[in-house]
Design a protein around this ligand. Structure first.
Ligand code: NAP
Length: 200
């Protein structure tokens, strides 16, 4: 399979890339690094990336930002960071990317535990995660040519535990391998429109 992994050099993206590279041709996209560069908050940039990569069998997106702060401090513009990047960025990867998928191909998006169990300072991040999960279930009903879509929603990964543990009191970190398995399940399995929840 030819697989495009957007964010394939990140904390989760890198081990996902390494796993798929064992058996597939992988192209990594990132804002600053990778085989191709892209900023998913710009649909022009997404279109340019797909034009240069060409047809693929699977797209995995493990990229997207949202601003974390207390609800009191988040401005309207702060909310638009997550809306433009993690929300519309992923919607546009699907909107544009489906034209570059071979019949029977798949798209895998990334959300996270915040959609189900938000913690303090995540009104924006939780909101866009929830939006992408609803989008995934809805758009799965309309994709054509046997295309599938799922999203992977993991709890805090063990590799980022030290950095984020104070934001997630009591969350049990998930082994990276288990999260990578979620992406494999989405791409290699038959699931469609599913939220693949990965918890410890
Ligand atoms: N870490 C966790 O415990 C965890 C748990 C559940 C869900 N998640 C979710 O998983 C995703 C990845 O998390 P992570 O911890 O792996 O993040 P990360 O280490 O910051 O990596 C993010 C990757 O995405 C790329 N990227 C960021 N913004 C981009 C943009 N606008 N356009 C294109 N590429 C962009 C970055 O590329 P450059 O470096 O080139 O900018 C980087 O390779 C996020 O959506 C996060 O919310 C994370």
């Amino acid at each position: 399979m030819k697989i495009l992994i957007i964010g394939g050099n990140g904390t989760i993206g890198k081990p996902v890339t390494e796993r798929f590279k064992e058996e597939h041709q992988v192209i990594v996209a990132g804002r600053m690094s990778g085989d191709v560069t892209v900023d998913i908050s710009s649909s022009t940039s997404i279109e340019k990336m797909f034009k240069s990569v060409g047809m693929v069998d699977a797209v995995i997106n493990v990229a997207g930002d949202a601003k974390w702060d207390t609800f009191n401090k988040l401005s309207e513009d702060d909310f638009y960071i997550g809306i433009r990047s993690k929300m519309m960025g992923q919607v546009n990867v699907v909107r544009i990317g489906r034209k570059y998928l071979n019949d029977g191909g798949s798209i895998t998006l990334t959300t996270g535990i915040l959609a189900d169990e938000p913690v303090a300072m995540t009104t924006s991040a939780a909101m866009v995660n929830g939006a992408i999960q609803s989008f995934t279930m809805a758009v799965a009903m309309e994709l054509e040519r046997g295309l599938r879509i799922n999203c992977v929603s993991a709890d805090l990964v063990d590799a980022a535990y030290e950095k984020y543990k104070n934001y997630f009191p009591g969350n049990t970190p998930v082994p990276m391998n288990k999260i990578v398995d979620g992406y494999v399940k989405s791409v290699m399995g038959k699931n469609n429109g599913k939220i693949i929840r990965i918890r410890a």
